[in-house]
Design a protein around this ligand. Sequence first.
Ligand code: ADP
Ligand code: MG
Length: 883
Amino acid sequence: MAGNDTPIMRQYQTIKAQHVGFLVMFRMGDFYEMLGTDAVTASGVLNITLTRRRTTKDEEGVPMCGVPYHAAEGYIGKLVSGGYKVALVEQVETPEEARAARGSGALVRREVVRLFTPGTLTEDSMLDATHNKFVVAVTGDADQPEATPAHLWRGALAWLDLSTGDTGVRTVGGATLATALAALEIGEAVAHPATEETLLKLLPRRLLNVQENLFNPVAAKAALARAYGVDVQSLGLPNTTATTALGAVVAYAELTQMGKLPTLKTPHLVSENTRLALDPATRRNLELTESLQGTRAGSLLACIDTTRTSAGSRLLARWLHEPLTDGTALAARQQAITALSPVLDQVQALLKSTTDIARAASRLTLGRGGPRDLQALAQTGQMLPQLKTLIAPLSASLLAALARQMDGLQSLTSTLSKALNPDNLPMLARDGGFIQAGYDTALDDLNALLTHSTELLQNLETEAQATSGVAALKVRYNKVWGYYFEVPSATAAKLAALPGSFIHRQTTTSTQRFTSDKLLTLERELAGAGANALRRELELYDTLVAEVKTASVGLLDAAEALATLDVLAAGASLNAREGWVLPELTNDGAFEVKQGRHPVVAATTAARGEAFTPNSCNLSNGQLWLMTGPNMAGKSTFLRQNAVICILAQLGYPVPAVSARVGVADAVFCRIGASDNLAAGQSTFMVEMVEAAHILNRATPKSLVVLDEIGRGTATYDGLAIAWAMTEDLARRGCRTLFATHYHELTALAQENGGVFNNVSLHRVAVKEWKGQIVFLHTVEDGAAEGSYGVQVAKLAGVPNNVVARAETLLNGFLKSAGQTRAGGVKGVARLDELTLFASTPQTIAAPQKPSEVQSRLEGLDVDTLSPREALAELYDLKALLH
Ligand code: ADP
Ligand code: MG
């Protein structure tokens, strides 16, 4: 960068070198500029012009682009959502200050004032109102040997949402880390180098930030002490690793905010086994918070979210990410949902007019809030007493606790309500005008001066006219002289004769101009009033923000109470408005659903004007249902609806059924066979098997397992063998299991094993054949499906007739050589012990021989339409063909 070796470039280079991995936005006057490769990157992402910075006209210079300072937020947001991190460099003194301190030509000092990283954003414009964005930290126990096998690894996971002050920590093991991470919406992750490899298997590299020093136990503990202002001991963290992980995440946030932190909530401690385990594949396959297309629309969350606030929406997502296993906590939620019914409409209406106070408080305490954030707190504070009055008398201990949690804001609310002028609330405090008249006398005086200036000047004019006896005297103003009295030259002597009252200033062709002590004073006051009023307002703003800080623990409590109430009310609304029922939760192995529905599929069918057929299910005490039925019959829907019902039940929520009895599960597993999911581009047979292995390693008799067409992604007999072995294993284990399969051979497990698996039973999703067409009934009934109707489905799908006819022929050939008949389904199947599943040379299905000409000709004959004559002719022809 020849020629760019100027002091300012050196200043830039120093900062740039200290912030590897960040795009540096460098404040120069009214712009933030980016230089070098940063400029090339940013101009592309932001679609802004790339120029060059040159010190002399001839040199090559460096690439440069810039954005105006007042519009920076939008540009930064775009860069961060594009996966970049931004270091924002400000001028921290004025050029005058620089000159005064270090002589003429001194360079203005510049410093990084903020690091924008995807996990530490606080600006509304950069955040999704309905999602948390966590920065997480993971570290392993210090005392485990380096060669610890992955599944024996122990450590801790901590998380923090800087925009709401939510924090939490849990201990994790090699087997539970993936599930624990999947429960968090992660913006970025910081990790100790020793856990880098483990995390890379679970998170995309771009989210990962490896930093050793953050995990120094002493430094981490100190960060916690700074953030909470209490003895770290009193936080009750489970062990040193957890303390270090939480400290690391807090220290990282502090680093990005240049030492500032919002008030943090007391860390949420998640003990092991208190959450329903849902691994990443299960969440994905059940489309809990995202559809398979990656959108919120089409997910279970979108379907059940009738919350009225963004904070409620965020909390519902958290609940759905982490259903409970604790019966007492679940009973408390159910009780609250029931109790809310009679006041549901009022509660939801009040909630709707509350604001996102956690995020407002976070911005204010980080020093980047504004009058509107204060107003948000005031507005919500005013709603709290009404909400409290509504819910406190209801007979639910959880609601009573929430009512108490709403208590701590009276004084802040009353101060803010008195202080703020709701008719003028600028984004930024520096725009002024947001303090209500009557709140502060000093400010009122200054404002009075400004608003009454005309009147005051007129008063002075009248007074001067009286004193001087010159009726033509006028108060005038110009930029050079400011205010003055002007009189026609002829009358000037009268004023000149009163030197105690009037001071001569200037003579023009026809007038003379005077001033007076009073006019000078008023002028000074008027000139200063604007600036003074703003200064006073900013002082008051700071005092109010300080009060917010003082009240912030109460504020965060109230925020949490509101969000919780919102989520409970949303649950009550599913009951009141959708007719869902609260399930009976038990401690045993029950799972009995009467007339269940899949909420998302039912909504889409309803949108098409079709009815959804409800279906019952009973897997109590480790029943395994083998589900068969043609494609499109509704197997996958039935499987998922039961898994979803289990999950909703463990939210403490109502479920879409007529009634349900659910023994609280420790885990729900859901897998989809590879071929079902190829469109998503993520499934290979290997992935399918890895995921299946995970289930077999983890499922207990308390788990609910849903397997949809497992074993499809490979050759027929491999797949069958695997599916078979898995079914046996799950049946032996006594997991409540739904297993949909197209391997009709598997049905032998239920029928022919002499009672070894008396917990395995056959079910099918009914279809009927009508005039060669297949009609889907979507009803689940006992028994095995009669064939798979693949050819009919193909026909239904519009595959051309000639292809369908040919497929029909081929199918008959296949079945004949495999010793089956189409309609016979299971009946004709080779017995299980004859299948020699594990023979070293896998049996292959004989390909049908190419039909002879005679066969083809016969196949093509429509006998019913032949006249006797034609038939006879045909016979002769056929006979001739044989020779
Ligand atoms: P399969 O897994 O047997 O191929 P799916 O479960 O994917 O079938 O269902 C296919 C389609 O059938 C669904 O997209 C839905 O439109 C419809 N469907 C499924 N179950 C029902 C039901 N119980 N009532 C009404 N329509 C249903
Ligand atoms: Mg399916």
